[in-house]
Design a protein around this ligand. Structure first.
Ligand code: FE
Ligand code: FE
Ligand code: ZN
Length: 277
């Protein structure tokens, strides 16, 4: 069974996300716990969170993915921004305790001109302060395109973060097809080689989720502009190869393509039809 869904947002609350997912034949989805560009947590409606938890169980959803806000930058050169990142991370993991068994994905951040070693130590120190033994949430580091001063463009950078984390069993990785290609990993001509390299540097056991996006820009462009499935430089054939790859086919796949609910319904229908059971 292909575990696929899309990034969803709703002003109507958490349960509504589950209902939207079901409507488009998804069995997972990604969502923000708060305004993605702001910092304010949504006023927590306990009933709504409980309702979503029950809904996911009743409809046998695969693990879902909460995405940290884009403003979260644990390796900023500004101490207040780092503090704020830790606060958001803390609050988000607290909320995720009520949706156990799922993922919390975050962008490692932007180093803003500091050296990579400093950035890596800021990120791992936040993780070491916030990860708790026995927490029910797997925290995922996303592979980044390398635009600006983004950390996490290479597998080595992610490895350096993981190396300094105490509770390594609570850390995983989320691939993003657009980011991988934009950062220079040749998933179109050499998917096996890229997976091999990941396995050598980090380990395939760390890989849990995959953002399945096409890219508006050629490989290595470091741009991070997502395209619709089959409408970019990655192409449908490679996307289908990814979904069916023996080392990847069990992952949680999330569409972050620039379209609406109907568009995601069409993409999910297409990709389910191309998944070999
Ligand atoms: Fe992301
Ligand atoms: Fe992504
Ligand atoms: Zn992106």
């Amino acid at each position: 069974m292909l575990n696929i869904g899309s990034h969803l947002s709703s002003a109507k609350g958490f349960l509504h996300l589950g209902k939207d997912a079901l409507k488009i034949d998804a069995n997972t989805f990604q969502f923000f716990l708060r305004n993605p560009r702001g910092t304010r947590a949504k006023a927590l409606n306990q009933e709504d969170v409980d309702a979503l938890r029950n809904f996911l169980a009743k409809h046998h959803f695969a693990p879902i993915v909460a995405h940290a806000p884009y403003t979260l930058n644990p390796c900023s050169s500004n101490a207040r921004v780092r503090e704020l990142a830790q606060e958001m991370f803390h609050d988000d993991l607290l909320l995720m305790k009520q949706l156990p068994g799922n993922y919390y994905n975050f962008h490692p951040g932007s180093h803003l001109g500091q050296d990579m070693d400093t950035a890596v130590s800021f990120i791992s120190s936040m993780l070491n302060k916030e990860l708790q033994p026995g927490q029910p949430t797997m925290v995922l580091l996303e592979t980044m395109s390398g635009k600006g001063t983004e950390v996490g463009r290479t597998f080595q950078e992610l490895r350096a973060i993981i190396d300094r984390v105490d509770l390594q069993e609570q850390i995983g990785v989320c691939f993003d097809a657009c980011h991988l290609s934009d950062s220079g990993y040749d998933i179109v001509h050499n998917l096996d080689g890229v997976l091999d390299e990941f396995d050598r540097i980090i380990g395939l056991g760390y890989l849990h989720a995959f953002h399945i996006n096409d890219s508006q820009n050629p490989p290595g462009s470091r741009k991070d502009r997502h395209a619709l499935i089959g409408d970019g430089y990655i192409g449908l054939d490679t996307i289908v190869e990814i979904l069916n790859h023996p080392l990847l086919r069990h992952l949680t796949f999330i569409l972050e393509t620039p379209t609406d609910l109907d568009g995601h319904a069409d993409e999910i229908k297409l990709l389910r039809s191309l998944y070999r059971d």
